[in-house]
Design a protein around this ligand. Sequence first.
Ligand code: ANZ
Length: 818
Amino acid sequence: TTTYDIEATETKWQRVWEDLQPFRADDDSPREKRYALTMFPYPSGDLHMGHAEVFALHDVVARYWWQRGYEVLNPMGFDSFGLPAENAAIRNDEHPDTYTRANIARSIESCRKYAASFDWSRTFNTSDPEYYRWTQWLFLKFHERGLAYRKNSPVNWCPNDQTVLANEQVVGGVCDRCGAEVTKKELTQWYFKITDYAQELLDGLDELEATWPDRVVTAQRNWIGRSEGAHVTFTLHAADGERDIDVYTTRPDTLYGATFMVVAADAALAAEIVHPDRAQALGDYLVEVRKASDIDRLATDRPKTGVDLGITATNPVSGEEIPVWASDYVLADYGTGAIMAVPAHDQRDLDFARAMGLPVRRVIDTGDDNPEESGVATSGDGTYVNSGPLDGLTDKASGIRSIIERLETDGRGTGAVNFRLRDWLLSRQRYWGAPIPIIHCPVDGEVPVPDDQLPVTLPVLTGAELKPKGTSPLGGATDWVETTCPTCGGPATRDTDTMDTFVDSSWYMFRYCSPHDDTQAFDTDKVNAWMPCNLYVGGVEHAVLHLLYGRFFTKVLNDMGLVGFREPWSAQLNQGFVINQGKKMSKSLGNGVNLGDQLAAFGVDAVRLTLVFAGPPEDDIDWANMSPEGSLRFLQRAWRLSGDVTSEPGVDVTTGDVALRRTTARTVHDAAELVETYRFNVVVARVMELVNATRKAIDAGCGPADPAVREATEAVAILLSLVAPYTAEEMWERLGHEPTVARAGWPAVDGALLVEDTVTAVVQVKGKVKARLEVSPDISEADLEAAAMADAGVQRAIDGATVRKVVVRAPKLVNIVV
Ligand code: ANZ
């Protein structure tokens, strides 16, 4: 036969693997441990092309580690709580519980068929009470340490959809789903105090930089957004008396150029200090302000608006009285919610000054046009002017230092560091999540649910009861809400919010280390034995949220003594997207590619191989340009080799054809390095070359009985086991071995076969051969030139003359013109 029956082969090996369980991680194994983690999916449907890609890439590494002799933990579970799963269920008019369960069952079946090397004995779903019991327990641990707290804050509110919206969902003041005008609403929400760890989350990135993708590290740095500057105290003259107010500035050195102050219009401060005559104007303005998202508010190209608050403030260094305004371009929850405006050197301040007719004063002469006339604020270096004691200075750092010293001496300010990172709002007014395990008692206040009463199980709501309606649907479960206070025994109510799904996924990597432990969230010793994860593979869309939250959790758990490290994921790889015809796959474009159809047409191995061979893992894959047919043809070519080998297993390979043995050795040797540097596509290319070389050896060279042919074909089977597990098993069996090839071990390489042959390079001076050098065939031009110049015969021929030109053709020729 020239090919195997794909369907029968897949069924056959699935049974064998079910029997052998080759990928079950043993906690007590004496082997060195490796933890390969890939992001677990939201079970909002069956597996699709995106999963197929990431699982294929991830599997190369996990299977490689097994072959290299490590004990590998490669678990998989489902992020089944949360909005993505809930929304999909509602769209399908099903209960989230039954809907996610059905999807999970299908997905596990698909993963099995796809031959992903997951250890299914460790699987769990975040919506299982056995799991979320510990999510709640962790919440309470954070609460105990003051790291989970409630506060009142303004959030975006769509009156039509009756729901809270994220900032990103408010476009031009309207709800991006229904077009209704969005308002702000004050709600009491639960937060995690991630800001306590801002500096450490930033510092940790310095080390991760070497093993994490640049774009993730950069995105986290920007999100944390550290800046250095100063708090400067201005004296405010309000109608009811004087008061001090602080501004945060990164440019205290421009203090002499502050010609007005701006307070966030929606900060409590604005309403407190506004002159009574201006209160109405501020109130009217606020109605408009509440419609804009933070992103719109900070946009530099947005026309500036604001209200004069009718009062003044005193500049602490110049003593000058400057007007105080309110505007929406200053955010209430950043810095102190108030700024000193330096229009000459800050573009937004300049736009505001020009819109309101406020003065502009240049304090740094940068040689550019005066900002007042040009309308362009200057931020470069220059000479300080109009700045009292700073005048004449040219160095920004000393300008900043000198002003801060002066402010500190006068008690009117201090150097300060600021972070853009905000505390993590974790409560949701949605049904499908872990209930927040807090009881509200009129006598005792916020009371944690005692450990022995966990989990607080989600009440069963159905139909319209569980749909989002603005307040948490759990509020409708009266019997569930009404409870007794664990402290005083009096009547009390349960918190009705649920936790953000990102809470569930912030600690799942620990749970895999002891997934069925019903006495604790995770076993610290086991976690410390397996973790940190050696590799985390997943989508770049999680660059900030999930990856930052997981790092935060790890640091807190380390502070509690529950884990022995401060970063959970040592290395990370982000895969690209699978697209089609140059565009993201979507229903409306009708360019979706169905994974099931591809698997049925070409088989699992050909689809996996196509995805791995497509290019570097980080790049997008355009399925329209791929050829699963070509992959299938190659797999069949490889498979045919295994039928042609006529020598017996265990034959002495040292007597085999040396040329083929060299090719095999080089391929196996390079493949290891290529896998470790994530160049999986090159591994496939090299295996293809090895298959061709072996075929040539059989047909035209040493024949099918040569032990080198067996050695090469076995190497092909083992290397292919990383990418095309079914074909590899078939080959291994035909080669006379017992299953499974997945645990056969990495092929041994005889180092002597890696030693390069040399070639002879000819060195000419003035057209005459003056030396012959034995060099490596891959010598670089520079090395070959240096070797030629160092040769005594060559030097004698040059004889001190000026070398005019050296032509190098590595590895064969050097021509020296004097
Ligand atoms: C005066 C100044 C002069 C500023 C100058 C900049 C340039 P980072 O932390 O790097 O984003 N700012 C402070 N609080 C603000 C708020 N709540 N809303 C909007 N803007 C705010 O930048 C901090 C700078 O952003 C601060 O420095 C302040 O403007 C502004 F030539 O103060 B600066």
